[in-house]
Design a protein around this ligand. Structure first.
Ligand code: FES
Length: 613
């Protein structure tokens, strides 16, 4: 192609054609290779490493800062920094690839009421006669016995054939007053819908039998938009450029369609037997799916385009369910508290609780809701992606090779995900490691890691030997070089500890602000519900030990799994839940923490670790 250059990605040999000056990261995305970009391509994590022989712009100052001279000399570059200038081949090592992480598909169990928006009714219609030759439509609508029903044009086109294919017996697919489709014979027992949780990182879909309420299949994928940045701000930035919004929307629709195809195949259901799709997601994911310009969500005072629930023909978005299937997108609460939080509130029945209950969903943003039937207050904190592995020297997502559990006995004991030597540590191990270092006295409540000469006397020798001087303070060796899949040991550095302090400080400060707003103290919190992926893999005792959560008895902390998806299933199963969700989106009060002085005060305090358990 004229004006473009060819870039081949190894070892797959996949090629992409890009304009000179494009980032290696963009070219990789075009070739269908997802490079892990924990910092969203901002040049701070140093994790998007690729091997380039030639054909790229000179090494940048950022690369000099994040890569060692030896690494630069061996051809390592950062995919978010290096620009392509001529045809070349680039190797993307496994350690730099975005692999599926443990995806949470299960959620809190709820018996679902069944009153879906889509319903089927089977009728037998009189045949026309010379003396009574009314139209096909009039006879079907009469048989359905509801004068308010309207025949969709697409359904009208199907009508003559459907009516005559099964001896004048037809099944009408109804959505409100619309007859969406007419199927020959009695198909009333086959009525499906699909519920989606569209997360910034993962997308999960569940196929629901709307005749019985049973889940027929569940499937998940990584959100392919991660190629354009790991967090919502990076996606909004991309969406604000030329064709960025259309590109991001196309990516998520493609992913949704892949999942629908898998669900349909696994359950043995034709795609056009799926008549409705419901979605939950944060406000940015909601806007990107619907093609709404999200740019103002990232600008003070962070307004969403709309917080209302949105309904549309699924085909308008390119979603491949029944050609006249419908889409219902859960309402949002505010720019940074979206339909996923409405889903959590709905699934956990927070609005019916008599005693104060706190629901927390920890991700790149921490979203939390506290309250009772009388009042519910929500906030969102930019916790940063530390718990997802970014800005942590050896941090990684919860995929194969990630240390996911750490215990300190006479020496370090770890468990690693998958059958692989450790390559780094994920969020749950990070929480474990800090809790354990605090317990044995290597870490002070201020967050300072003690030096080799300051360690407690009774500390076992093997642990003592793992404390080593680092670049900024002292580091702790979690895995020696010989045990790892790397050419270095896996360290927990003093800088890592500071990052966790920032992240957990933000979440805890958000919780404290909510408590203050409602006048609830720790003893008054009846239950803490941890939703979402990270929350469900951490150990409660350790989360309490580092002060991520308020000090409540650990039996009062409950894991509620992917509660947002449960919310999406509820609004698919019954329109009553839609009315509740829409009321909740108005009822849950949103607190913008940025404008509150008490947030800063709590934040400073919450950065410290508790003195003891
Ligand atoms: S440095 Fe490139 S993604 Fe973080």
């Amino acid at each position: 192609m004229s004006g473009t250059i060819k870039v081949t990605f190894e070892p797959e040999g996949k090629a992409a054609f890009v304009l000179p000056g494009s980032l290696v990261l963009e070219a990789a995305a075009r070739a269908g290779i997802i490079v892990d970009t924990p910092c969203g391509g901002r040049g701070t994590c140093g994790k998007c490493r690729v091997i380039v022989r030639d054909g790229c712009s000179p090494v940048t100052a950022t690369e000099r800062r994040l890569l060692k001279p030896k690494e630069l000399a061996s051809g390592l570059r950062l995919a978010c920094q290096a620009k392509l200038v001529r045809e070349t081949a680039i190797t993307v090592p496994d350690a730099s690839r975005f692999f599926e992480q443990r995806i949470l598909t299960k959620g809190v169990k709820r018996a679902l009421k069944l009153c879906p928006a889509v319903a089927k009714r089977t009728v037998r219609v009189e045949e026309p006669t010379l003396t009574a030759s009314r139209s096909d439509a009039d006879r079907v609508l009469d048989a359905l016995g509801d004068g308010a029903l309207r025949l969709d044009l697409g359904a009208a086109r199907q009508l003559p054939a459907a009516l005559r294919a099964a001896d004048h017996q037809v099944t009408a697919v109804l959505h409100g007053n619309d007859v969406l489709a007419l199927e020959p014979g009695d198909t009333a027992g086959q009525c499906f819908g699909v519920a989606f949780d569209i997360g910034t990182t993962t997308v999960v879909g569940a196929l629901l039998d709307l005749a019985t309420g049973h889940e027929a299949a569940i499937a998940a994928r990584t959100n392919p938009q991660v190629s354009f940045g790991d967090d919502v701000v990076a996606r909004i930035t991309y969406a604000s450029e030329d064709s960025g919004l259309a590109e991001l929307q196309a990516k998520i629709v493609e992913c949704v369609n892949d999942i629908v195809a898998e669900l349909a195949a696994r359950a043995g259901v034709p795609r056009d037997g799926i008549y409705e799709m419901t979605t939950v997601g944060n406000t940015t994911m909601n806007h990107l799916l619907l093609g709404l310009d999200p740019r103002h969500v990232a600008q003070m005072p962070f307004p969403a385009v709309t917080r209302a629930a949105m309904e549309a023909p699924a085909a308008d978005l390119g979603v491949a369910i029944h050609p006249r299937g419908r889409l219902y997108a859960m309402p949002n609460i505010a720019g940074f508290v979206g339909g996923d939080t409405v889903g959590v509130v709905l699934a956990a029945d927070l609005a019916a609780r008599r005693k104060p209950t706190l629901a927390v969903d920890i991700g790149t943003n921490g979203e939390m809701v506290l309250g009772t039937a009388r009042r519910l207050v929500a906030c969102s904190t930019a916790a940063g992606p530390a718990f997802e592995g970014a800005r942590i020297r050896f941090g990684m997502r919860a995929t194969d090779g990630a240390i996911e559990q750490v215990r300190l006995r006479d020496d370090v004991e770890t468990s690693v995900i998958g059958d692989a030597p450790p390559r780094g540590l994920c969020g749950s191990a990070l929480v474990d490691a800090l809790a354990e270092l605090l317990r044995v006295g290597i870490l002070e409540p201020s967050g300072r890691m003690l030096g080799p000469n300051e360690l407690p006397r009774k500390l076992p020798k093997a642990l003592r030997r793992r404390v080593v001087p680092g670049e900024r303070g002292n580091d702790f060796v979690l895995a020696h070089e010989a045990e790892t899949g790397l050419d270095s040991p896996i360290l927990l550095t003093q800088a890592d500890v500071r990052q966790v302090q920032l992240a957990k400080g933000a979440i805890r400060a958000g919780i404290e602000v909510l408590k203050g707003e409602l006048g609830v103290d720790d003893a008054g919190i009846d239950a803490i519900l941890l939703a979402g992926g990270f929350g469900n893999f951490i150990r409660r005792r350790n989360a309490l030990r580092i002060g991520l959560l308020p000090p409540v008895e650990h039996a009062r902390i409950h894991f509620i799994g992917n509660a947002a998806l449960v919310g999406a299933k509820m609004v698919l199963a019954c329109t009553d839940y839609r009315a509740q969700a829409e009321a909740l989106s108005h009822r849950v009060e949103y607190l913008e923490l940025g404008g509150l002085p008490q947030f800063q005060a709590h934040f400073a305090e919450a950065m410290l670790f508790p003195e003891s358990d």
